[in-house]
Design a protein around this ligand. Structure first.
Ligand SMILES: Nc1ncnc2c1ncn2[C@@H]1O[C@H](COP(=O)(O)OP(=O)(O)OP(=O)(O)O)[C@@H](O)[C@H]1O
Ligand SMILES: [Mg+2]
Length: 263
């Protein structure tokens, strides 16, 4: 398990209106096995940051280091990234088991390991009885649960999730958050997730990075809140209110310029 260090990260895109500066001097460290949440207004650069952490976008300023080495070098040396999106993105022509086998094969896992890995994660998310079903035979929540199982079956070094539960109703989202945390407890994967839901974010995270426009404007430490957590925990409720307050302050700032750094 490796430490991730983001140093003076900056990112700009060329667009029809000129250069769009999206990330400004982002800096943070993520400890192995930590659950870090990114919250912030739409367009502040959360998905852009996840894409850089995934190694999908190598065109940035500053450094992203994993155990001291550049991210793309680590990816070439066997560092494994899994990415879960808002929609499940399962391959419709494969059964659940085949969807998982597909990523195991792509990840270079020996065929003899596949059944144990597939059984373990499908069992953990409560889908063992659906292993031979096709995605279209499952509900949206079950498909998303399968996509989380697929992410964990390769035992990733880092799991990135971009608003993974935002398309689900609250009760389904709660069961999926439990599934995610159960798998995290088992694999101790480093997790970086994006959420628009302050209550979800505080419930899941060890640490929250609240972003304003293109910057981290506040860090909220939730490591002292014991797990398993309860949605009724007053400490989490207070932190959620704090997140919403910061986001309201950010929304009130003048448009078009990056958020000022906190004092
Ligand atoms: N390929 C691209 N080309 C040009 N601009 C881009 C590109 N990708 C993202 N951007 C711009 O970067 C900014 C941040 O986008 P990003 O998708 O990271 O936001 P976000 O914080 O994930 O927002 P949301 O919460 O709505 O998903 C936006 O202004 C967007 O227009
Ligand atoms: Mg996004």
């Amino acid at each position: 398990m490796q430490q991730i260090d983001i140093l003076h990260l900056g990112k700009s895109f060329a667009s029809s209106g000129g250069i769009r500066h999206v990330l400004h001097d982002i800096g943070c460290s993520i400890a192995p096995g930590e659950v870090v949440g990114l919250v912030g207004p739409s367009g502040c650069g959360k998905s852009t940051l996840l894409n850089i952490l995934a190694g999908l976008d190598g065109d940035y300023r500053g450094q992203v280091r994993i155990q001291g080495r550049p991210i793309r070098e680590q990816l070439g040396a066997g560092f494994r990234v899994a990415y879960v999106f808002q929609e499940p993105r399962l391959l419709p022509w494969f059964t659940l088991a085949q969807n998982l086998a597909f990523v195991l094969e792509a990840g270079g896992f020996a065929r003899r390991e596949w059944p144990t890995r597939i059984d373990a994660v499908l069992e953990a998310v409560g889908l063992a009885d659906y292993r031979n079903d096709f995605p279209a035979q499952l509900s949206g929540g079950m498909q998303q649960r399968a996509s989380i199982a697929r992410a964990f079956c390769i035992d990733p070094d880092i799991l990135l999730l971009d608003e993974p539960f935002s398309a689900l109703d609250e009760l389904t989202a709660r069961t999926l958050r439990q599934s995610l945390l159960a798998l995290w407890q088992r694999f101790r994967t480093t997790i970086v997730f994006v959420s628009h839901n302050a209550y979800e974010a505080t419930f899941l995270a060890d640490r929250l990075l609240v972003m304003g426009r293109g910057r981290i404007v506040q860090e909220i430490d939730l490591r002292s809140v014991p797990r398993p957590r309860s949605y009724d925990d007053l400490a989490l409720f207070e932190s959620s209110k704090q997140v919403i307050r910061i986001l309201e302050q950010q929304a009130a700032l003048p448009a078009g310029i990056p958020s000022p750094l906190p004092h």
